[in-house]
Design a protein around this ligand. Structure first.
Ligand code: BTN
Length: 306
């Protein structure tokens, strides 16, 4: 019987850590290549990586694509591979995620019918700059959907909405050592043809899927390739420090700026006001009812009007 991806990963994880403990395995490039090749052999190709590649015009994003039938979370696989030498721009895809991760520790429903994708990045940046990668990813997703004549908008910090309903979420996980970043994993979940009726009541009302929003034929491989092309452009801007350009696009496609919003902060605090901007660290600027301006670094944003 064919081994599942989980079995394979846990087997290799044990093998690698045992050998590392014995001092046999340091960071051995050949072994890493062997490991990645072995993982790659379990590729199921539900979205054929060859078709994605044909539509790519990137220099390095998508040079390696691992496309699986089922994993716990593409972000977890990406983290694992990046620790063992996977290169910047490597993509992990899966048809299903059994433990898809959302923001703030929430579960991300990942049945068949979506694009569940992670990108491995190894930028030479200070950890404080990592949130801009999330905003940049939102810009790339929104541009991709707009290229399909869909009026996609960005809700702070990183949800993509169509007709006020969420179609895509982004989870960025960074591993920082002191003042440098080891790797950044950008996880993107796009509902392309998810049956929203299977979602829990509270989610169903707020969620949509691309097939509900366009009469056009949906080809996942095309959406992925277009997104990766857009992503590389915006990531290059990020690496060049051109944050203003990224933020200009973010603001232009934002659903949040100008809206009256409620921000649910950790520990249950709720703030209300008009979102008037974002700064170049990705924080939302809220004008409170008493006219004060407040910088919001994290929290759940609910658009009440606008
Ligand atoms: C959110 O809560 O809005 C973020 C959702 C991010 C989901 C994606 S799907 C691919 C990647 N793997 C995960 O486990 N999560 C992200």
């Amino acid at each position: 019987m064919k081994k599942s991806m989980q079995e394979l990963l846990s087997k290799n994880r044990e093998k690698i850590s045992e050998e590392a403990a014995e001092g046999i395995f340091q960071i051995d490039e050949e072994k890493i290549a062997e490991f990645i090749k072995e993982v790659g052999n379990y590729e199921i190709d539900y979205i054929p990586s060859g078709k994605i590649r044909k539509n790519l015009n990137t220099k390095y994003i998508g040079n390696e694509i691992y496309s699986f039938k089922e994993v716990e979370s593409t972000n977890s696989v990406a983290k694992f591979l990046s620790r063992f030498g996977a290169k910047e721009g490597t993509i992990i895809l899966s048809e299903i995620q059994t433990k898809g991760k959302g923001r703030r520790g929430k579960k991300w429903e990942s049945p068949t019918g979506g694009i569940w994708l992670s990108i491995i990045l190894k930028p030479d940046i200070e950890p404080s700059k990592a949130p801009i990668i999330t905003l940049a990813t939102g810009v790339a997703v929104a541009k991709t959907l707009r290229g399909m004549n869909i009026d996609a908008r960005i809700k702070w910090p990183n949800d993509i909405l169509i007709n006020h309903k969420k179609v895509c979420g982004i989870l960025t996980e960074a591993n920082a050592k002191f003042s440098t970043v080891d790797y950044v994993i950008v996880g993107v979940g796009i509902d392309t043809r998810v049956d929203t009726n299977i979602l829990a009541d509270d989610l169903r009302e707020k969620t949509t899927s691309i097939d509900n929003e366009t009469p056009e034929e949906i080809e996942e491989y095309e959406i992925i390739a277009n997104f990766l092309n857009e992503f590389e452009d915006v990531y290059e801007l990020f690496k060049a420090g051109e944050f203003d350009e990224i933020l200009y696009d973010w603001r232009r496609m934002s659903q949040t700026i100008g809206s009256y919003v409620e921000i649910k902060q950790p520990l249950g605090k709720v703030l209300r006001g008009t979102a008037v901007g974002i700064n170049n660290q990705g924080a939302l600027i809220l004008e409170l009812e008493n006219g004060d301006l407040k910088k919001i670094i994290s929290g759940e944003c609910i658009i009440r009007e606008g």
